[in-house]
Design a protein around this ligand. Structure first.
Ligand SMILES: [Ca+2]
Ligand SMILES: [Ca+2]
Ligand SMILES: [Ca+2]
Length: 203
């Protein structure tokens, strides 16, 4: 399964209409070699009710490093002005929490009891070492560098927090870099120009 064929594996509201509207979502990506676009997993999600969340990884072979970045300007892309909310490398150790599994010879990541307000966020994961600038660029390392590859699943859940937990919803589109949005805008303008020329010719 490639990054682009990424799957929202589960998105559920545990309770409807009650005060404790816990929800969980997850996505699994197969990380590719260093220096490629597929070397980074990005789960984009929307907080639809503010509250507490656990954000964690299950990387059976890689050594996950996790960054949580807010999409402050709401444009669906990770920009320099989008703030880093939290990060973690190895807190999801076997035995620490029931959901924490072994990650190869290393440990999974956990951002625990994180308070999130309404808005869109990115949970960005790749294999150690993985810097915040690499997370923002969407590419881990340089081509040819040693980097572990394989599946990693990222979870966002409020299941442990009852009425204090928030709710999340998936954002299905894989975020484009800001330059991609500018190109789309340029294509849209070119298309509009062509359409108006066609209308003029047919008039
Ligand atoms: Ca943004
Ligand atoms: Ca780790
Ligand atoms: Ca790196």
């Amino acid at each position: 399964m490639t990054k682009f064929a990424s799957l929202i594996a589960a998105a559920s509201l545990a309770l409807f209409g009650g005060p404790a509207a816990a929800s969980t979502l997850s996505a699994t990506h197969t990380l590719t070699q260093a220096g490629t676009v597929g070397s980074v997993s990005t789960l984009q999600f929307q907080v639809t009710q503010a509250g507490l969340f656990d954000i964690y990884t299950d990387g059976p072979t890689i050594d996950p490093v996790l960054y949580l970045i807010a999409d402050r300007d709401g444009n669906g892309a990770i920009d320099a002005s989008d703030p880093l909310i939290a990060s973690n490398d190895d807190s999801c150790r076997v035995g620490f929490r029931s959901f924490c599994n072994q990650a190869g010879a290393w440990h999974n990541s956990l951002i625990e009891a994180q308070s999130l307000s309404l808005g869109t966020y990115f949970a960005v994961v790749s294999d150690y070492s993985f810097s915040v600038s690499e997370a923002r660029s969407g590419i881990n390392g340089r081509l040819g560098e040693t980097q572990l590859v394989g599946d990693v699943t990222t979870f966002v859940t409020s299941a442990r927090y009852g009425a204090r937990g928030g709710t999340v919803a998936p954002v299905s589109a894989v975020p484009l870099p800001a330059s991609g949005f500018m190109m789309l805008g340029a294509f849209a303008m070119l298309g509009a120009g062509a359409a108006s020329r066609r209308r003029k010719r047919s008039a």
